[in-house]
Each structure stands twice: as structure tokens, then as C-alpha cells.
Write a protein that binds this ligand. Structure first.
Ligand code: FPP
Length: 280
């Protein structure tokens, strides 16, 4: 099975973006603004969630084409259970439908599906569909799509602390051995690198209990678009902006200039990207 390639103008945009700097290995997205997108159009909130699935499809496809290795989507937070019962129920039905409808296409595009969060709290049919998708796609080698479902950063850390304490009690881990790397291995994200870029849509400047431990050094990008309107052109703008950042990881600029490494990006990345796009 092979990845569906970008074509025409979009292919040119992607090629220019790849040439203009480093493509982040892992992008995490807080998909926000579905309700407001719908309300502004006089539609029920669920219409925003429906259109949001189309954005998910477009972004997943574009990420795969750009060679991004990991994409984590905050699809349902621990706190989202507090929403009105009918909205939660409709969201779960929509998730089930999206998993069913998209499974073959994701598989054909070499996507590997993963999930983080309290999966056992999801309705049984959603769990079954999710686990089936994960199983079917487990040998795929393209983009790893991680759905955060009934997830929160504090839950993740609390859960990790409990397991660490248990292992110390059982004697399989010594307290002196607990380092940042060890904590990382107890988190639900243990298989994945930390996100390089965290995008939030709808203009809100909050992390909302997403990957709290994992985003220590992630670049943050806030888009004014509501999630249902956020499409690949907005993703390209976010990546272009990321390419302009200097990631210092606590060091000073001069140290980075002396050291050669994949995580140091040219300051002119965005400028070059915008220039090349304007020529198209
Ligand atoms: C936030 O908008 C969005 C959500 C809580 C749900 C996101 C779910 C989807 C896009 C659909 C299913 C996902 C997948 C992965 C197939 P909001 O409702 O908080 O909007 P508001 O802030 O304007 O109220």
C-alpha cells in the first residue's frame, strides 16, 4: 500500500516547505473551536464536530505527505466528560463513525494508529473499533496518528506516579534510579518522542491539561482559525513559523551556532518559505 501523494499547487507548497527548513518530527494539536464555528453559522454545536472530522482527514493526509512521523490529536479530554450528556454521546457516535469510515483510507496511506488516555472509559463499541484499527494498522510504517481520548496531562502524570510507587514497593525499581528518563517511560507516551510543535486552534492561549510533561521544550503555535476551518494551508503556515524559531533547550544562541545538530533551524526559514510560496 502506498501513500497518496500531493498534487499540483499543493505539491509545490509541500516541496517548498521541505526545502525551507526542518519538518517537525512530532506535531501535537489541541483542536479547539468546533462549537463556536457552528454557532457563528447558526448551526448546532455538533455540526462543528462533524466539519472538524474533515479537518482531521486533511491534516492527517498532509502530515503523512510531508513525512511527519507523529501526530497527536487531543480528541477528547478527561474534562470533556463534564459536557452535556447528549453532546458527549453525539461526540462518541461521531468518533465511532469516523474510525469506521476512515480505517481503510488510513491503512492504505500507511498510517499507524495509536491511542492514549483512559480508553476503558469509552463506550464499548468505540473501544472495539479503536483497538481493531490499532491492530489492523500496527505494521504500517508511515505517520503514527495518536488519538488522545479521555486524556489529560495530569491524569498521565498521576498514573505514572502510581506505577512508579508500585514498582518501588515491589522492588523492581529503586527510588534512586528515578530520573526524568525513567518518569518518561511510565507515561502513556513512552513510545513517542516529545512534540516539537504544539498547535492550538481558535486563538486561545491555553494548554488545557494536554501533554504537560511532554511539551517542556515544544514550540507553541496559536492559530486564530477554528478547528473546522483549519486546513493544510494553516498547517503549512504553522510549520513555516516553526522553521523560523531558534530552539535553545536552555542554552544560549552562541552555543547553538557552534554546535551542528538537527534541532537547530535557520532563522530565515520562514522568510524563505514565504518568498518561495509567493512566487507560485
Ligand atoms: C473542541 O471544540 C473539540 C472537541 C472537544 C472534539 C474534537 C473532536 C473532533 C474534531 C471529532 C472527532 C475526532 C477524530 C479524531 C475523528 P469545542 O467543542 O470545545 O469548541 P468551542 O470551544 O468553540 O466550544
Amino acid at each position: 500500500m502506498a501513500l497518496e501523494k500531493a498534487t499540483g499547487h499543493d505539491k509545490k507548497l509541500q516541496d517548498r516547505l521541505i526545502e525551507s527548513g526542518e519538518i517537525p518530527k512530532h506535531i501535537a494539536i489541541i483542536m479547539d473551536g468546533n462549537g463556536r464555528w457552528a454557532q457563528r453559522r447558526g448551526l448546532p454545536r455538533i455540526a462543528g464536530h462533524h466539519e472538524g472530522v474533515n479537518s482531521v482527514r486533511d491534516i492527517v493526509e498532509a502530515c503523512g505527505q510531508l513525512g511527519i512521523k507523529f501526530l497527536t490529536l487531543y480528541a477528547f479530554s478527561t474534562e470533556n466528560w463534564k459536557r452535556p450528556e447528549d453532546e458527549v454521546s453525539l461526540l462518541m457516535r461521531l468518533l465511532l463513525k469516523a474510525l469506521r469510515d476512515e480505517k481503510d483510507r488510513l491503512h492504505q496511506n500507511e498510517v499507524q494508529l495509536k491511542a492514549i488516555g483512559e480508553i476503558h472509559k469509552l463506550p464499548q463499541d468505540v473501544q472495539d473499533e479503536l483497538l481493531d484499527g490499532i491492530e489492523v494498522m500496527k505494521r504500517n510504517t508511515g505517520l503514527t496518528l495518536i488519538l488522545a481520548l479521555s486524556y489529560s496531562g495530569r491524569w498521565d502524570i498521576t498514573h505514572a506516579v502510581r506505577k512508579i510507587v508500585e514498582d518501588v514497593r515491589l522492588g523492581s525499581l529503586r527510588a534512586e534510579e528515578i530520573s526524568e528518563a525513567v518518569v518518561g517511560r511510565y507515561l502513556s507516551t513512552r513510545e513517542f518522542p516529545d512534540p516539537d510543535l504544539m498547535i492550538r486552534t481558535s486563538g486561545e492561549m491555553r494548554i488545557s491539561n494536554f501533554l504537560l510533561w511532554q511539551i517542556a521544550y515544544s514550540e507553541l503555535y496559536i492559530s486564530d482559525q477554528f478547528w473546522p476551518a483549519f486546513r493544510r494551508k494553516d498547517l503549512y503556515a504553522a510549520i513555516g513559523d516553526y522553521q523560523r524559531r531558534e530552539r535553545r533547550f536552555g542554552m544560549v544562541s552562541d552555543q547553538l551556532k557552534k554546535q551542528e545538530g538537527p534541532r537547530v533551524f535557520p532563522l530565515s526559514g520562514m522568510e524563505r518559505f514565504l518568498k518561495s510560496v509567493s512566487k507560485l
